[in-house]
Design a protein around this ligand. Structure first.
Ligand code: NAD
Length: 325
């Protein structure tokens, strides 16, 4: 199955070097026209020139992803120039590493601003065009530091996991408009990882080995709501899951029961990947332990049983529940 991005218009942020450069080159090689964004004019110009030298189409757009007006102008220019905006690769990033104890809050905010709000700004500017054309592919760059934690990176971890939450909801909201939204968690030897890991640990981690994942997530038959991990030519998927858990109820010793049930609560054998946040509520009110004990408050008014399913009435959560049910 071959991927063809001819006629597609892509913006890659932070594409003046590192992973962004590699993503921009890869998308262009598959036929996309690419806006090469970066704060560094030298970097962005060089990458746009490199793409054109290979016969592709690219322009450099110099601005910070934190500058909303400039970002809006970049997206509008791409649409005016090439007729659409089909692919957004939110890649721009910075580090301000320190342990949380020593972290300056300005450094915490700066990292949130570039990674989270920068991605929000670019995606928000492209979103109306994608909805209008009923097509879009959005990629957020998350990180193993967000997914699993990393010493000295509380700001970065928080920003990167926030992007997973953003992706989860935008994938749901974009679905009916043909917009697919995914996350990429890369591993690559770049200026960002220089000094962070040893040369030995970084061996084999070329940026170009990550970019095929970006091309796949930019393709027409891309998945949605996926967290793709990529590094050294290997690709994996991360999931945010929910275990089956236990039902404790309103027992006087509920806290002690929770404490005594950690093994069962954390047992992953019947784990699921919820289709949306509402699945948690649904799972809890329908928990086999709860239904089994016949303590379902449905019979006491608030909830009505309909076969094996429950509908919540007269509550602000009803839309949420009705959707899941
Ligand atoms: N390298 C890795 O192993 C790794 C791991 C996990 C996540 N990431 C993420 O991948 C992305 C790319 O990282 P990289 O390793 O290529 O780093 P890099 O430092 O080589 O590249 C980042 C690029 O973003 C640009 N940039 C920074 N702030 C910007 C802003 N406000 N507006 C526009 N451009 C800006 C920089 O000028 C630079 O060209 C980042 O989001 C990073 O957090 C990288």
């Amino acid at each position: 199955m071959s991927i063809d991005l001819s006629g597609r218009v892509a913006i890659v942020t932070g594409a003046g070097g590192g992973l962004g450069r590699s993503h921009a080159l890869a998308l262009a090689r598959y036929g996309a026209r690419v806006v090469v964004n970066d704060m560094s004019a030298a970097g962005a110009d060089a990458v746009a020139t490199e793409i054109r030298a290979e016969g592709g189409e690219a322009i450099a757009w110099i601005c910070s992803v934190t500058d909303r007006e400039a970002v809006q102008a970049m997206v509008t220019d791409a649409v005016d120039r090439w007729g659409s905006i089909d692919i957004v690769v939110n890649n721009a990033g910075i580090l301000r590493d320190r342990t949380f104890a020593k972290m300056d809050l300005d450094d915490f905010a700066a990292v949130i601003d570039v990674h989270l709000m920068g991605s929000v700004n670019v995606t928000k500017a492209a979103w109306p065009y994608m909805r209008e054309q009923a097509y879009g592919r959005v990629i957020f760059t998350t990180s193993s530091s967000g997914l699993y934690g990393n010493f000295g990176q509380s700001n970065y971890s928080a920003a990167k996991m926030a992007l997973v939450g953003l992706m989860q909801t935008l994938a749901l909201e974009g679905e009916k408009s043909g917009i697919r939204v995914n996350c990429l968690a890369p591993s690559a030897a770049t200026q960002m990882t220089e000094g962070l890991y040893s040369d030995e640990a970084l061996r084999g981690l070329g940026s170009d080995l990550v970019s095929p994942g970006v091309v796949a997530l930019s393709a027409e038959d891309a998945p949605t709501r996926t967290i793709l991990l990529a590094g050294a030519g290997a690709f994996e998927q991360a999931h945010v899951t929910m275990t089956r858990g236990v039902y404790v109820g309103a027992a006087p010793d509920a806290a002690e029961q929770v404490q005594a049930s950690w093994a069962e609560i954390s047992n992953r054998s019947a784990e699921q990947v919820p289709a949306s946040g509402a699945a948690q509520y649904n799972h809890e009110v329908q928990h086999p332990g709860r239904i089994g004990r016949g303590r379902c408050c449905a019979r006491r008014g608030g909830l009505k049983r309909r076969g094996a399913r429950l509908l919540l009435h007269g509550s602000s959560s009803s839309i949420l529940f009705d959707k899941v049910l």
